[in-house]
Design a protein around this ligand. Structure first.
Ligand code: NAP
Length: 439
């Protein structure tokens, strides 16, 4: 029997469990740990609440969890409730699938001013992540600035632009819905340090900006390269640039009719935040792109900013005694291997890139590595006690474990609480989640 512990119940964790289940069948017992009492990580608290179809992958993860050999162990923080080395004594392989939940910082003067948020915090706020539910961004100003030209920046800009009616069928949490309903924001500026040919936003998501009820996207035609150059782009990027060209062609009269404008400010790198306790303006330096890199021109200007969300990427949270690559912001690993019997997968392995589906091959690949290490004898000759040992440890420590069955009770309560047309109303604090499982 092989005992495998997976830390993190997001897509990378569940795809790894699925792969392990396929590989070893009844010869393996797989425990998926999560610090929250609820599973699915990024699917629950990262994917935008108005993108429900992407969230449906959780049904596949549920199927994995309903096989007897896989179990969910929620409400356990590895590194606090139990150490990685304690887990390694119990399980043949420990796989870190903890994602990248911390914001990368810009490292600019004024970044500590009020109403400036990283995307992990801001997305966590509108998605009901217990760590960020109390963020309370002030949306009473007219100008919001979103830094970065990736899909997270796009999510944030779209959410800020939508009317309450456009959240029909979405699982955005009530506190965010109310705040957005009362929002005064009229201009959302998306700041990109490079240009249209370097945009990271994908076409399907970018196209959604054309169909917003009260907002219209605006691109300065002067920022667009010669159209003939688009032919050299790979097809996805070419489609994204096509959207930018369509945005640039929207007549001024349309912008006059929509109360909210989503402006793209490209070739602009933020350098200083200005304010009086709270952010009021951002100073930007014009850039040009050389060999794919943004180069500052020395010319600067300021734009208004009553709130700022910086969407420039994420870092993995370090865990005591696990080698960490500070520069890359993820666990130090060689194709998933960190130390003997300790592995990383998903964003914790490769950094914050790719779609949910990218984690599938990643999960299958780490299981291959584990199988190779078992085969070669590197992981010893078995004899570990896996979940039996963990259950004894949890009982002795008095840990309040949340099982998958408990989660189904929490889920039922969330579904019952959903406003008309919404799939659920999420609990936004851990005590409420725990209380719901006790019902
Ligand atoms: P991303 O795609 O890597 O975009 C990050 C953006 O931040 C880039 O435009 C980057 O510019 C910019 N940036 C980085 N450092 C900067 C700095 N110091 N100053 C100014 N700008 C800076 O990351 P993401 O948007 O966080 O998304 C993470 C992953 O999740 C991506 O793979 C994304 O596609 C995926 N995702 C997918 C969806 C979806 O499919 N619907 C939704 C959300 C997220 P440079 O390019 O110049 O570095």
């Amino acid at each position: 029997m092989r005992h495998i512990a997976i830390i993190g119940s997001g897509p990378a964790g569940y795809y790894t469990a699925e792969a392990a289940q396929k590989h070893w069948g009844d010869d393996a017992r797989i425990d998926i740990f999560d610090m929250l009492p609820v599973p699915f990580g990024l699917i629950r608290t990262g994917v935008a609440p108005d993108h429900q179809s992407i969230k449906s992958v959780s049904r596949r993860f549920e199927k994995t969890n309903l096989t007897e050999n896989v179990r969910f162990v929620g409400n356990v923080t590895v590194g606090e409730d139990i150490s990685v080395s304690e887990l390694q004594e119990m399980y043949d392989a420990v796989v870190l699938a903890t994602g990248a939940p911390r914001d990368r910082e810009l490292g600019l003067p004024g970044e500590e001013l009020g109403n400036i948020f990283g995307s992990a915090a801001f997305v966590g706020w509108y998605n009901g992540h217990p760590h960020f539910a109390k963020l309370a961004p002030d949306l009473s100003g007219r100008h919001a600035v979103v830094i970065g030209m990736g899909n997270v920046a796009l999510d944030v800009a779209r959410i800020l632009a939508k009317t309450p009616r456009e959240f029909d069928g979405a699982d955005i949490v009530q506190h965010a819905l109310h705040a957005l309903d009362a929002s005064n924001i009229q201009t959302i500026t998306i700041v990109g340090r490079r240009g249209p040919h370097q945009i990271m936003m994908t076409p399907k998501e970018l196209g959604e900006l054309m169909h917003l009820e009260r907002a219209s996207p605006m691109v300065d035609p002067a920022d667009l390269p010669d159209e003939a150059e688009d032919a050299l782009l790979e097809p996805g990027l070419r489609k994204s640039v096509r959207h930018l060209r369509d945005f640039a062609a929207i007549p001024a009269s349309i912008h006059g009719e929509t109360p909210v404008t989503i402006e793209f400010d490209m070739f602009a790198s933020p350098i200083v935040f200005h304010g009086d306790g709270v952010v009021r303006e951002i100073e930007l330096e014009e850039t040009r792109v050389e060999a794919g890199r943004a180069i500052g021109t020395g010319r600067t200007y300021r734009i208004k900013a009553d709130m700022v969300v910086s969407c420039i990427g994420y870092r993995t949270s370090p865990i005591p005694d696990v080698p960490f690559d500070e520069r890359a912001g993820r666990f130090a690993n060689d194709e998933g291997r960190i130390l003997n019997g300790l592995y990383a997968v998903g964003w914790a392995r490769r950094g914050p890139s790719g779609t949910i589906g990218t984690n599938r091959p990643d999960g299958y690949s780490v299981v291959e590595k584990i199988a190779e290490d078992i085969e070669s004898g590197a992981l010893g000759n078995g004899g570990k006690r896996g979940r039996k040992a963990f259950d004894e440890f949890a009982a002795a420590k008095g840990l309040d474990i949340v099982t998958f069955r408990d989660w189904k009770k929490i889920e039922e309560a969330e579904e019952a609480a959903g406003r008309a047309g919404a799939p659920r109303e999420k609990f936004v604090d851990i005590a409420a989640m725990i209380a719901a499982k006790e019902q």
